[in-house]
Design a protein around this ligand. Sequence first.
Ligand code: SF4
Length: 223
Amino acid sequence: MEARIYRGETPDPAQATRDAMAMVKAGRIPIVELFYSLQGEGLRSGQATVFVRSAGCNCDCWFCDTDFRVQRGCDPDELAEEVETIGRGCRWACLTGGEPTIHDFAPLCDILKGRGWQLQIETNGTRARPDWGLDHITVSPKERQGARLDRWYYENAAEFKYVIDDPDDLAYALESRRRHDKAALLQPNALNPAAVALCTEAILAHPQEFRLSLQTHKFIGVR
Ligand code: SF4
């Protein structure tokens, strides 16, 4: 596998993750930010959603567009209150990161489910069975970046979102797609025109297999 030079948004991913785990040891959930916006990617694209972005990740993908350094620590009750307040009637919350499955979101999910929220998670799929009453599991495999994908997700995910930058990424998506029957989306990395062309041609060539995912929030200038 070709090694790519890291140029992600987190200056030191390993240190950011150590800082996040130190906060976990102190009994707090390490949070980067909460915000209310439209889901920009995947099958739920366009739906109003409260995003809970946790700190730290067990990967350091060269293309990562997220700064996952911890900004504050919260407990589940505080988080649930904040989700309610900023959601203004919304009933979808999305756990994202970083990698949310390196933390225990079960207590927060329990509270939100009890209040009628539906829950999505965006995960790299390396850690299995986040048994938190999730309604929509979005997996973006990072096997091309050397991260093992847990096969549990082939049965339990709602969608697989493949980030495509070059033909090798596409070859991986084609191979991975044969291992499950869930929705499979090709998402051009950073709207790189060559990647857009690769995705478009692949979808036209495999119309029953794939559909396109664009980072629509970047088009319309929202988070
Ligand atoms: S798995 Fe996601 S959050 Fe983690 S480094 Fe890769 S792109 Fe960034």
